[in-house]
Design a protein around this ligand. Structure first.
Ligand code: V4E
Length: 219
């Protein structure tokens, strides 16, 4: 399991030029279609769990527990607040276990009996709530382990991402610093979190789902 630390940014016509100027090397371009799944009552996403299928493989992103050492003050914590951190699980049995745990809790909360057949029924209740294709250009920088992705989604949305992939328990502080340095090189100035593809997709296509996630401070 790894932890993805990521800062999204608004990319514009100058971003490519800036990447070139700071010596970023293009790793290539690829295209993938993502399908995201949840129960009809949004039980996974309301727990900030994002289950998707990409290129035939299942992936689950879950919240990490914040590292106390990150809770510094001032500029450092502002920079850290601009970054998201999610555990990325790609092992199918583990994904199934995590999803089942949520579904089981939901069944128990609603005082349903959770017989294996009912759990199966809940699992079968997972529906695809978002599907879109992304064209991604990836760049690597001198800064070790940092990747910059420029994404263009098929619903007319662009976003940039600076990301570092850490092994679980890896040095989060150093990852945040690398992202901050890279953001500086790219000349990113804003201190507001930038909306990602899913944020934009739900806002445009599923306002009810979007509103629930906003009201629970998931998005
Ligand atoms: C975690 C999450 C979602 C799942 C999609 O995550 P994201 O990293 O935006 O997608 P993508 O395509 O770049 O995945 P990658 O190829 O890097 O693995 S959708 C919403 N969230 C929650 C979330 C959040 N609350 N805030 C921010 C800044 N990002 C994501």
């Amino acid at each position: 399991m790894s932890v993805e630390v990521e800062r999204k940014f608004v990319c514009n016509a100058d971003t490519l030029k800036t990447l070139e100027e700071i010596g970023a090397v293009c790793l290539g371009q690829r295209q993938f279609c993502d399908q995201y799944f949840d129960t009809p009552k949004f039980d996974l996403t309301l727990k900030d769990m994002w289950l998707r299928k990409r290129k035939g493989c299942w992936e689950l992103k879950c919240p990490t527990t914040a590292d106390k050492a990150e809770e510094t003050s001032g500029e450092q914590s502002k920079a850290a607040a601009m970054c998201s951190r999610y555990k990325e699980i790609t092992n199918l049995p583990e994904i199934q276990l995590r999803v089942k745990e949520v579904i089981k809790d939901v069944c128990e909360d609603s005082k349903m009996e959770t017989s294996p057949s009912q759990e199966e029924e809940c699992r079968n209740n997972l529906v695809c709530f978002a599907e879109f294709t992304t064209v991604r250009r990836s760049f690597t920088l001198e800064e070790e382990g940092v990747q910059v992705d420029l994404d263009e989604a098929d619903f007319g949305f662009h976003v940039g991402e600076i990301e570092v992939l850490l092994p679980e328990g890896g040095d989060m502080q150093s990852a945040l610093e690398k992202i901050e340095r890279t953001a500086g090189k790219l000349g990113l100035t804003g201190d507001k979190c930038v909306e990602g593809k899913m944020h934009a997709y739900l806002r445009r296509n599923h306002p009810e789902h979007f509103a629930r996630l906003l009201s629970e401070h998931i998005l």
